[in-house]
Write a protein that binds this ligand. Structure first.
Ligand code: HAM
Length: 423
C-alpha cells in the first residue's frame, strides 16, 4: 500500500522546526504584550459570509483561494484565509470596545489559502498578528508598525523594507475609482480577463494585477485623489514613524490584496525573499469593516506577518537559535532487573527539575550511553545490581567524562550541580 503523505500545500512541523517557531511566536507575544496587547483566539472555521463581505467578493482570496465547504446543516463554512474579520467579529460581538478603547489584541495560528504552492506559499500557513480596535488616531497606525518593527529586531532580522501608502477615505477612493476607469477603459482590449471584469466592479484591484503590471505604470496616482484630512492622517503616520526611528518607503501603488482597507496601508519586504516575490507581512487601517460585518461603525488598524516567510528570512540571515537538546539526563539500568529502580530514579529527578529521559531498551550499556548523546543529555544516571543493593547510583558527566557513585538521596543535587556547570 502506498504511504499516506501530508496534503498538498501543507507541511509537518517536526521538532527542530517547532523549536524555531516557538522562538518566533514567543518573541511576537513578548513584543506585542510589551505594548499592552492581549492574546485572543478565534475559530479556524467561520461563516463564509464573514470573508465574502469582509475581504470582498472581487478579491483573489475570496474568488479563488478559499477552502469552502457545507456543514451537515447546509451552511457554508470556510477555513479562515485571514484573521482580521474574525478578530473584529469576536471583539465587537463581545462588546469589548465598550469597556476600553482601543481594544489591543494579538494572535497567532493557522490560516488557509488555495494558492499555487511554492517556497513561502502554502495552503496552510501561520500568521502572527495584532489588531487595535476602536480608535482612529494615526499614532496607532504608527504604533502597530513599531510593534512589527521591534518584533523583527527581536529576531535579529535586519534589512526590512517597510512600504507605506494611503488609500484615503471612501470618498477619496470613489474619486480615484473614476480616474482609474477613465484611464483603463480605452485599454480594455489589452487587459487580462480578471481585470476586464473588475474594471467596473472593483478597479482598485487592477493595480494589484501581476499580468497587467506594465499598464499600472501609467495609471493615475491615488495621492492626487486624497482630500486634506486623508493627507494629514498619512503625514502624521510618517512623522510618527520617523520619530520612532523607522524608515518607511512611500509606495503610491501599494493597495493590498484585501478590500477592507482605508487610509494607511503597509507591507514589509525583505531581499532574502526575492525569489518568492512576496511580502513578509502587511496590514493597515480598516475603518469600514465593522459595518460591512453588520456591527456599529468602529475604526481599527492592524497587521499580520507570515511565520514561515519570517523563518525563511531568519534562516537566510543565520539568526535562528541553535537546536535545543531534548533532555538533560538519561537514566538507564544495566540489566532489566534494575528497570524499576531506574524508573523511580527518573521520577525523582523530574521532580527535582532536570528534563529526564528513561531508557527502557534491553541493550548493552554502551549502546544506552550512545542514546544519551542523541537526546542531547549532559548526564547519564546508571543503576546496576550493586547500586540497587547499596541504594546508590552512578552519575556520569558525559561532557567531563568523569563519574561518581552517590547515594540516591544525593543524586538529584549531584546531577543539578553538573548541569549547572560545576561538576
Ligand atoms: P495578507 O497580506 O493577506 O494580510 O497576509 C499577511 C501575510 O501572511 C503575508 O505577508 C504573508 O507573509 C503571509 N501569507 C499570506 N498568504 C500566504 C500563503 N499562502 N503562504 C504563506 N504565507 C502567506 C492579511 O492577512 C491581513 N489580515 C493583515 C491585517 C491585519 N490587516 C489588518 N489587520
Amino acid at each position: 500500500m502506498p504511504e499516506i503523505a501530508a496534503p498538498r500545500g501543507t507541511h509537518d512541523i517536526l521538532p527542530d522546526e517547532f523549536a524555531a517557531r516557538r522562538w518566533l511566536l514567543d518573541a511576537h507575544r513578548a513584543v506585542a504584550e510589551s505594548f499592552g496587547y492581549r492574546a485572543i483566539e478565534t475559530p479556524i472555521i467561520e461563516a463564509t459570509e464573514l470573508f465574502s463581505r469582509g475581504v470582498g467578493t472581487e478579491t483573489d482570496i475570496v474568488e479563488k483561494q478559499m477552502f469552502t465547504f457545507e456543514d451537515r446543516g447546509g451552511r457554508s463554512l470556510t477555513l479562515r484565509p485571514e484573521g482580521t474579520a474574525g478578530t473584529l467579529r469576536a471583539v465587537l460581538g463581545a462588546h469589548l470596545d465598550q469597556a476600553i478603547r482601543p481594544v489591543r489584541v494579538h494572535y497567532a495560528g493557522p490560516f488557509f489559502r488555495a494558492e499555487r504552492p511554492q517556497a513561502g506559499r502554502q495552503h496552510q500557513f501561520t500568521q502572527v498578528g495584532i489588531e487595535c480596535i476602536g480608535e482612529g488616531s494615526p499614532a496607532l497606525d504608527a504604533e502597530i508598525i513599531e510593534v512589527a518593527w521591534r518584533f523583527y529586531a527581536a529576531l535579529g532580522i535586519t534589512g526590512i523594507h517597510l512600504q507605506v501608502n494611503s488609500l484615503g477615505s471612501p470618498e477619496d477612493r470613489a474619486r480615484y475609482r473614476s480616474a482609474l476607469v477613465g484611464y483603463y477603459t480605452p485599454l480594455q482590449a489589452s487587459l487580462c480577463d480578471d481585470c476586464r471584469r473588475r474594471l467596473h466592479t472593483n478597479p482598485l484591484r487592477l493595480l494589484d494585477c501581476k499580468r497587467d503590471a506594465a499598464l499600472v505604470e501609467g495609471a493615475p496616482v491615488l495621492w492626487d485623489s486624497l482630500d486634506r484630512a486623508s493627507r494629514d492622517h498619512f503625514t502624521a503616520v510618517v512623522r510618527d514613524l520617523d520619530a520612532a526611528g523607522i524608515d518607511a518607503i512611500r509606495n503610491d501603488r501599494l493597495v493590498r490584496g484585501l478590500d477592507y482597507y482605508s487610509d494607511t496601508v503597509f507591507e514589509f519586504w525583505h531581499d532574502a525573499l526575492q525569489g518568492a516575490q512576496s511580502s513578509l507581512g502587511g496590514g493597515g487601517r480598516y475603518d469600514g469593516l465593522a459595518e460591512l460585518l453588520g456591527f456599529p461603525a468602529t475604526v481599527a488598524t492592524g497587521y499580520a506577518l507570515g511565520v514561515e516567510r519570517t523563518l525563511m528570512v531568519a534562516r537566510a540571515l543565520g539568526t535562528l537559535p541553535g537546536g535545543e537538546a531534548a533532555a538533560d539526563v538519561l537514566v538507564c539500568s544495566v540489566e532489566p532487573g534494575q528497570a524499576e529502580a531506574a524508573a523511580a530514579m527518573a521520577r525523582l529527578l523530574r521532580d527535582a527539575g532536570p528534563r529526564t529521559v528513561l531508557d527502557v531498551a534491553e541493550r548493552r550499556l554502551d549502546r544506552k550511553l550512545r542514546a544519551a548523546g542523541r537526546v542531547g543529555a549532559r548526564v547519564a544516571v546508571i543503576i546496576g545490581e550493586n547500586e540497587v543493593a547499596a541504594e546508590s547510583v552512578v552519575v556520569r558527566d558525559l561532557e567531563g567524562r568523569s563519574q561518581q557513585t552517590v547515594p540516591i538521596a544525593e543524586s538529584a543535587a549531584t546531577v543539578t550541580r553538573i548541569l549547572g556547570g560545576d561538576s
